[in-house]
Every structure is written in C-alpha cells, then in structure tokens.
Design a protein around this ligand. Structure first.
Ligand SMILES: [Zn+2]
Length: 222
C-alpha cells in the first residue's frame, strides 16, 4: 500500500469536482466500483486534507457583484505580510503571492463604499509599495485551481516529524481515521504519543501537525 493517488481516487475526485453533492452510490455507479470503496477512499482523502470541503458555486454576476483584480507590489520579504494583512477581508476572494514580488488579489463586492474603504485600509499597509487595479469585465473560465491530471500525486507531511513524503511512507488507522507517517520510528513514536494523549484527554483527536493539513496534490488512499 503506497500513498499515491490511483485511478480510482482520481475518478472519484473528478466526479466530486463536477458535482460535490453526488452521493457515494451515484459515484460508485458512474465509475463502476463498490459504494464502500468510494466511501472509504473519500474518507481517506478527507482525513489527509486533500478534500478540503464541499462548497456551493454561486453566480457572482447574478448577485450583482463587481469584481476587481488587484496587483500589490512589495519587497519579496514582505509578500507574506501583505497577504496576511488582507486575507481576512470579506471582499477579498482570492490571493496569490507571485514570484515577481507581487500579490494578486481578486475582490468581489456590491457597493463602492466597501471597496473604497478597503482601498483606504491598504494605504495603512507600509509594505505595499505600488498598487494597480483592473475591473473584471467577463469571466470566460472559472475552475477550481486543483487540476486532476493523471500524474497528480500526493504530497503529505509525516504527522510526527513533518518530513515531506511522496510515494513512500506508512498509513495507519487509529480510531477510524487515517494517519500518515514517514518511517517505522515515527510510527512507533506517533502511536505512543497518540495513546498518551488519548488517555489524558479522554477522547482522541488526530495529532495532525499544522503542516500536514496542507496536502498539496492527491494520492492514494486505498
Ligand atoms: Zn516522520
């Protein structure tokens, strides 16, 4: 058993990307695998953090929203800080920090006042050196950023030491949830820590360290 996504995982993910409300039974019929297989694969991909949730796609135009793309320039060392300062704003829908020392943000809002207020708040961020904005006229394509190509593989951090794993590693099941460890030493230490915490807390929660929730791509979770 590896940690790679296989064809079944990818097929399930494609079905879910098409329709996040599809039932395990629907998916199993569409891709010709059993319902319990779909269910256990999905659970594994949720546990590892690859499936981050299910959301409802709304038509922003129908809501009468205006979108603006903002380019913020800063020093490379300040990029994260700039992103951090704007990320909790409701009108900021997407943020990308770019390799050329800029932050690209997509904003959506109903009223100009909110937008103006946001722009004024940006003036209070000294790390922003320059700013450009453009209004979005049309959105010919809008897809989730995660593309499920056939070569999509999973990057997971070891739940114990944080070491990045690709293909190698150990998957264990504790209290019905999957946990990923890079080697047998980490596995043993993790089990000990898990048992200890479980005893002291009375109820067990996975010891996911903060890195491991950011699985980047997908992989196997049989
Ligand atoms: Zn490890």
């Amino acid at each position: 058993m590896g940690l790679n996504l296989d064809d079944v995982d990818r097929k399930i993910l494609r079905e879910l990307q098409k329709d996040g409300r599809a039932s395990f039974r629907d998916i199993s019929a569409r891709i010709s695998v059993s319902t319990p297989t779909v269910s256990s694969r999905v659970q594994a991909m949720v546990d590892v953090g690859l499936i981050r949730g299910y959301s409802t796609m709304l038509d922003a135009d129908m809501l009468g929203q205006v979108s603006v793309v903002l380019m913020l320039e800063s020093r490379p060392v300040d990029l994260e800080k700039v992103a951090e300062r704007i990320k909790d704003e409701e009108i900021v829908r997407q943020i990308y920090t770019l390799s050329d020392s800029r932050v690209l943000a997509v904003l959506s809002f109903y009223n100009q006042v909110k937008y103006q207020r946001f722009l004024e708040s940006l003036a209070q961020i000294p790390e922003i050196l320059r700013m450009d904005s453009s209004m979005v006229m049309k959105v010919p394509k809008e897809s989730p950023r995660a593309a499920l190509t056939d070569e999509a593989g999973l990057l997971i951090r070891c739940y114990y030491c944080g070491h990045m794993m690709r293909d190698e590693g150990i998957r264990i099941k504790l209290d019905g949830k999957y946990h990923y460890l890079c080697c047998s030493v980490c596995e043993r230490l993790y089990r000990e820590k898990y048992e200890k915490l479980k005893k002291s807390a009375g109820n067990a929660r996975p010891l996911v360290n903060e890195h491991s929730t950011h699985a980047h791509k997908a992989s196997a979770l049989d």
